[in-house]
Design a protein around this ligand. Structure first.
Ligand SMILES: Nc1ncnc2c1ncn2[C@@H]1O[C@H](COP(=O)(O)OP(=O)(O)OP(=O)(O)O)[C@@H](O)[C@H]1O
Length: 817
């Protein structure tokens, strides 16, 4: 119930304007709004005492009143308070205007980040109530306007009530007010009609009872008499218990009304609806219930009957962020601006490079008609248009000669630039620029990106922010020689995801054989990390745990596919959409699926030590996990073919290459040369599909990452990291050692299930009998020992060796004898 209540609170609430995201601004506005509420409250109170004395002064022009310091008022809050009170009370809605204080209080509380009544609903109800109340008061106290300075219904009320009286007379106006009252109640508070009906029924019932006992008594005396009678008929019941009972009834009524008035809690109202709507059927309840037991039985029926109506009530969308609804996204102030030390590329540098390029080409009798420079953060692109008849391959072959004449490392010739009809020569700038992560995160492109997993990597040669959607990649291979910026690149990827995602939407699995690179993120374990159950450390450094984790991710992948299948969803987006709109029932195992990003630093280390054991699950996840939201980023400093194997390459279409030592390495990573000509320090080539883009990676320093993780760590967290499913290596136990006399209680049933379905899968047994993975694994091992299923075959289900139930029964009777 509590959870549902929260859901309501969130979804009915108004959408925050962007500036309200900043906690400091909200706090200042909250303080201001609270003090203004107190100020206005004092002004109202004072107005009731001093309004008469101030009235003559308040009738002049507002400007004169405010500007002329000679005018003094009695109101404790000065001219502004007096003016506002007069405006809202006398010229507005009369004393009903005081209800604005309620709206201001709700606003202040919400600005402090405390969940309370919906602001929208509070404003609407308060306004409707004020209009109605002012007409009522003006109608009832029509003479007060002439005898006092205070218009109880305000000018608004008097105008409407006068108009109504002239239109439909006094009686008609009274009826109109009553109709409006019930309309307000009926539409303002859910279930109010049934509550009123209930109250009415109760009253009729009480009267009938009283009549039975004492026909002539007055209603209040009747109650007392009833009590006395009850005391007489039930001498065990004391006066105290009677009043207790009475109190409980009152409390129930009060609660049901109070709950109705709570706009944030409609779920609760549904429950109350059950109670209030309940009308004992005359056939089943022709006699007054004599004791509590009978009433209790009826209540059970009532709940069952009404559960249908609950299903009919449309539920608000589920909000996965609600568990950590106060989570604040990190601000830009946590990052540093490294841009300050950058120096720009001078005109002379551009001019001298141009001359050298043109001269070198001329030496080889290559004429150009046009040359254009685009200054990037680390390299400047000179685009040339050769004279007609010049062979492109001739220019391409001059790469080394141009490099020699420019005396620069890392010249790269792109001949031709796809789609531009020009040839590009990239020349490194004398002083490369540092691209700050702060600027990249602040860029409009990143801030407004609608990607599911937005990653901001840096700046392209034309100084554009380069972003990509990891969810579409769907996996990323990062390679480069040591010290060329891989770790900074990984930090940039993680940072950009942390800036955009809520802890409920994203979890990282961090694998770091070097033990020091990703350790910095251990502090955000309870917010953003996933780990194996019973593991102490969330950052995985041990090779055995890496294998278990990767296999566990395969189990999670299979489980997610099962969920998608059950939900008839094709991918995680469709699935989560269905879950959020409450089309999937959590009781059937459905849950909100966060994206899981697996980051493996030093992939080479893993392959060298564990080989196929890690390659197989990685390949499996890479092949299949796209649709269910598991994405992998693997980084290596050894881009050789025995590390980046064909299987890995085939499943990692998106690749990032930092500077590498040789062209062969570049080909291994990108399937093309170029990475060997980069200049290092975050200069990288990104290959997505057929595109190859040169990007200067954004720089994020360790203290910045630390500040970011600490900011997240200080906030409210989940009780633990996300628990990945348990994984037990199926072949761990030698089946020869298994004693079938100590078989599992579910052994025979499981054997029948396996034979009838002809499926030897552990997860099927786990699901069918609702047992843990460990126990299901043990049962499968016992089935193998009994010769019912075949041995473990990696990710495939085991072969079922018994084909029909008759043979199974025969086998069981032999084995278990
Ligand atoms: N994007 C960048 N902008 C500016 N300088 C960078 C950038 N990336 C890396 N550097 C510089 O290069 C140094 C080494 O970077 P980094 O630690 O990321 O290399 P690495 O490839 O991870 O090395 P290793 O494989 O040995 O861990 C950094 O300390 C930093 O000074």
């Amino acid at each position: 119930m509590a959870k549902k209540r929260n859901t309501k609170a969130k979804t009915i609430g108004f959408k925050k304007p962007s500036f309200l995201v900043d906690e400091r601004i909200r706090f200042i506005l909250g303080i201001s709004s609270s003090l203004f509420t107190i100020y206005l409250g004092l002004a109202f109170v004072s107005f009731f005492f001093t309004g008469g004395a101030d009235q003559s002064k308040l009738d002049i022009q507002l400007l004169d009143l405010l500007v002329n310091s000679g005018i003094r008022v009695e109101n404790w809050t000065g001219k502004t308070g007096a003016f506002l009170s007069n405006l809202l009370i006398n010229k507005g809605f009369g004393i009903a205007a005081c209800s604005i204080l309620y709206v201001l209080t709700v606003l202040s509380i919400r600005l402090f980040g405390i969940k309370t009544h919906s602001l929208k609903k509070s404003v609407l109800y308060t306004l409707l109530f004020s209009i109605w109340c002012s007409v009522l008061l003006a109608f009832l106290f029509v003479d007060s306007a002439s005898t006092s300075f205070l218009y109880l219904g305000g000018i608004h009320g008097y105008f409407i009530s006068e108009w109504l009286i002239s239109l439909i007379g006094n009686v008609g106006t009274l009826f109109a007010i009553i109709i409006c009252f019930f309309t307000l109640i009926a539409f303002g508070f859910n279930n109010s009609v049934s509550n009123i009906k209930k109250l009415f029924k109760k009253k009729v019932k009480a009267e009938m009872n009283d009549l039975e006992e004492d026909d002539d008594a007055e209603e209040e005396i009747e109650n007392e008499a009833t009590f006395q009678d009850e005391l007489l008929t039930n001498p065990n019941q004391t006066e105290e218990t009677h009043y207790q009972q009475f109190d409980i009834e009152l409390e129930e009524e009060f609660n049901s009304e109070f709950e109705d008035e709570l706009p944030i809690d409609e779920t609760n109202e549904i429950d109350l609806d059950i109670e209030s709507d309940f009308e004992p059927a005359p056939e089943t309840n022709t006699q007054k219930p004599e004791d509590d037991d009978v009433e209790l039985t009826i209540e059970t029926t009532r709940i069952r009957e009404e559960s249908v109506s609950i299903n009919h009530t449309p539920m608000e969308d589920f909000d996965p962020t609600l568990d950590l609804s106060n989570y604040n996204y990190p601000g830009l102030d946590l990052l540093e601006d490294h841009h300050i030390n950058n120096s720009e590329v001078s005109k002379e540098e551009l001019e001298s490079n141009k001359i050298k390029i043109v001269d070198t080409l001329r030496n080889y009798k290559i004429e150009i008609t046009q040359i254009k420079a685009t200054i990037g953060p680390t390299v400047t692109l000179y685009e040339i248009v050769p004279a007609p008849g010049v062979r492109i391959s001739k220019i391409k072959n001059l790469e080394d000669d141009i490099a020699l004449s420019l005396a620069a490392l890392g010249i790269r010739i792109i001949a031709p630039i796809p789609g531009r009809g020009t040839i590009g020569i990239e020349v490194p700038n004398r002083t490369p620029e540092i691209v700050s992560m702060k600027n990249i995160i602040a860029s409009k492109k990143f801030q407004e990106s609608k990607h599911a997993l937005p990653v901001a990597l840096g700046k392209t040669i034309s100084n554009e922010t380069y972003t990509l959607d990891l969810a579409k990649m769907p996996h990323l291979l990062v390679a480069g020689a040591t010290g060329q910026g891989k770790s900074v690149g990984l930090n940039a990827i993680i940072t950009s995801l942390l800036y955009k995602k809520h802890p409920s939407q994203l979890k990282f699995v961090l694998i770091d054989p070097k033990k020091v690179e990703l350790n910095i993120y251990s502090t955000i374990e309870k917010h953003f990390l996933a780990k194996l159950p019973e593991e102490e450390e969330a950052i995985i450094t041990d090779i055995h745990k890496v294998i278990a984790t990767l296999n566990s991710l395969c189990v999670e992948m299979d489980a997610r596919y099962d969920l998608l299948k059950k939900a008839h969803a094709r991918n995680i987006i469709e699935y989560n959409k269905k879950f959020v709109t409450r089309k999937l029932n959590p009781e059937n195992g459905h849950r909100y699926l966060p994206y899981i990003v697996v980051i493996i630093d030093e992939f080479a280390d893993l392959i060298m030590t564990a080989g196929k054991e890690v390659e197989t699950p990685i390949a499996r996840i890479a092949q299949l996990a796209r649709a269910i939201g598991i994405h992998m980023i693997i980084a290596t400093q050894r881009p050789s073919t025995n590390i980046i194997t064909g299987v890995i390459k085939a499943n990692f279409p998106a690749r990032i290459a930092f500077k590498v030592a040789s062209m062969i390495d570049s080909r291994t990573i990108l399937d093309s040369p170029g990475a060997n000509q980069l200049i290092g320090r975050g200069d990288m080539l990104i290959s997505v599909g057929s595109d190859l883009v040169r990007v200067q990676c954004a720089f994020v320093d360790t203290p910045e990452v630390e500040a970011l993780t600490q900011y997240i760590q200080k906030q409210q967290a989940y009780p633990s990291a996300l628990m990945l499913p348990e994984f037990v290596a199926e072949s761990s136990e030698n089946t020869a050692d298994i004693d079938l006399q100590k078989r599992d209680a579910l052994f025979e049933e499981a054997a029948r299930l396996v034979v009838s379905s002809q499926q030897g899968s552990t997860s099927a047994i786990q699901r069918r009998f609702s047992i843990g993975y460990n126990r299901a694994g043990r049962i499968v091992d016992q089935l193998e020992a009994a010769g019912i299923v075949g041995p473990f075959e990696g990710s495939k289900a085991r072969q079922v060796l018994v084909t029909d139930e008759y043979s199974l029964e025969k086998l069981l009777s032999q084995v278990l004898a």
